[in-house]
Design a binder for this molecule. Structure first.
Ligand SMILES: Cc1cc2nc3c(=O)[nH]c(=O)nc-3n(C[C@H](O)[C@H](O)[C@H](O)COP(=O)(O)OP(=O)(O)OC[C@H]3O[C@@H](n4cnc5c(N)ncnc54)[C@H](O)[C@@H]3O)c2cc1C
Length: 399
């Protein structure tokens, strides 16, 4: 495998979006993905207006809209308090997208040979003479590169190289799956969030037959491995949500057991976003590796897409491309560092506000949060985020 140019670590939403954005700007890159094939973690994702803007810049928005269900309102239910209210999304574009559709749409637009599967990066070092990044793979091989972009998610090797602080754990786990209703689910196009005690259930239709759901539950486990006995695990969730409406209990009972996953929620606190050194020389991070957030705003994936557009734009503006006629590949020449500084300048405050909002909501949801802290969080949310959906109005600009 030939490194030499730009190497992206991780072929998830962010890695693929970044490679595609660079490709649209005429800059080749190579993705190293540890899995053996394209792999979507979780069944579906909601993408807000800001994410669709980024997808349009990547040239895959129109295609994805053909299958992504448009949602028209947010339905919030607090069973303990008897609150049941709906907020129309109005002009906002919010759709549920199957994660596989999203990653496949982006991967298909990449030149053949861009993604290298089965390549787990275990360490990064800098060449003693040139300071070029060197990537050590699990099989002992070493790939030399000019630029490394770490899109390797929450347990990022690249973040460790940059000495970023590991994200915090919450006392909450997300249990996710989907349910197929062969004769149709009959639900409105609503994003529904139901709370009862410490339990949270989120539900969104994906198409006429499929519903994506998530149960947020207290947990102290830091292990996202799949439970051994899935049927038993599913029944334990069903037991926990017995006090919810029968259609919710039925949804979980009839869900696809193979898609059931448990994810201990993690989040970068806002001050780490404000102070983090997100690049060192020609190595930079993007996506969850830079700013993992809890799913309370449904913005993690869209923020990855924004990162990709901004990063590729900064790189195209700053770097010169010189055809060194090596294997017919364009090679990079120029100061990647300048591009990364510009990228981080553009992203930092956007990510700070997103992470602050998500952090405050997360504290409200955490069972261990004291009454006083809850009161302070509520006041800050009202004061700073009066327009609660303001985060969806962000425009990452043209590629
Ligand atoms: C429960 C839950 C619900 C969510 N819901 C939403 C939502 O509705 N809307 C939304 O916008 N966002 C949502 N998110 C957030 C969103 O899923 C993430 O922000 C997004 O998937 C992050 O993408 P990524 O590419 O940065 O990281 P990942 O998706 O984690 O991808 C990282 C990739 O890197 C690979 N990798 C890791 N380490 C290495 C290595 N050392 N070498 C090579 N490859 C490596 C992995 O195999 C993986 O393919 C949710 C998150 C959770 C947990």
């Amino acid at each position: 495998m030939q490194g030499d140019g730009i190497v992206i670590v991780g072929g998830g939403i962010c890695g693929l979006a970044t490679a595609l954005a660079l490709h649209r700007k005429g800059i080749p890159s190579l993705i190293l993905e540890q899995a053996e094939s394209l792999r979507a973690t979780g069944f579906a994702i909601t993408i807000h207006t800001n994410g669709w803007r980024a997808l349009d810049q990547l040239g895959v928005g129109s295609k994805l809209r053909l299958t992504a269900r448009s949602l028209d309102s947010f339905h919030e239910i607090f069973l303990d308090k008897g609150v049941d209210r709906r907020f129309p999304f109005g002009k906002e574009e919010i759709r549920t997208v199957k994660r596989n559709d999203l990653i496949e749409a982006m991967a298909k637009e990449l030149p053949a040979g861009t993604i290298h599967f089965g390549c787990r990066v275990v360490a990064i070092t800098l060449d003693a003479f040139s300071s070029d990044p060197m990537l050590k793979l699990h099989d002992g091989s070493v790939i030399k590169s000019k630029v490394v972009i770490g899109c390797d998610g929450v347990n990022s090797v690249v973040s460790r190289f940059l000495e970023l602080k590991p994200p915090n754990f919450y006392d909450l786990c997300a249990i996710r799956s989907f349910t197929n209703y062969p004769t149709g689910h009959g639900l409105d196009n609503e994003f529904t969030r139901i709370r009862k005690g410490g339990l949270l259930v989120v539900r969104a239709p994906v198409d006429d037959n499929i519903v994506y759901w998530l149960v947020g539950d207290n947990c102290r486990s830091r292990d996202s491995s799949i439970p051994q006995d899935m049927e038993h695990f599913k029944q334990s969730i069903v037991q926990k949500i017995q006090a919810m409406d029968p259609d919710i209990v039925e949804m979980v009972e009839k869900s696809d057991i193979h898609s059931l996953s448990v994810y201990p929620l993690r989040c970068c606190p806002p001050w780490d976003i404000l102070l983090g050194n997100f690049h060192k020389g020609n190595v930079v991070v993007a996506g969850d590796a830079m700013h993992v957030m809890t799913p309370f705003l449904g913005q993690g994936g869209s923020a990855c897409l924004e990162d990709a557009v901004v990063l590729a734009r900064c790189m195209a503006q700053t770097l010169s491309l010189v055809d060194l006629k090596s294997n017919g590949q364009l090679m990079l020449w120029g100061k990647a560092t300048d591009a990364f500084e510009q990228y981080i300048r553009e992203r930092r405050m956007r990510l700070f506000w997103l992470s602050l909002q998500v952090y405050l909501i997360g504290l409200l949801d955490e069972p261990s949060t004291s009454t006083l802290i809850r009161f302070v969080c509520s006041c800050l949310l009202i004061l700073l985020f009066r327009d609660f959906q303001g985060h969806t109005k962000y425009d990452c600009g043209r590629l």
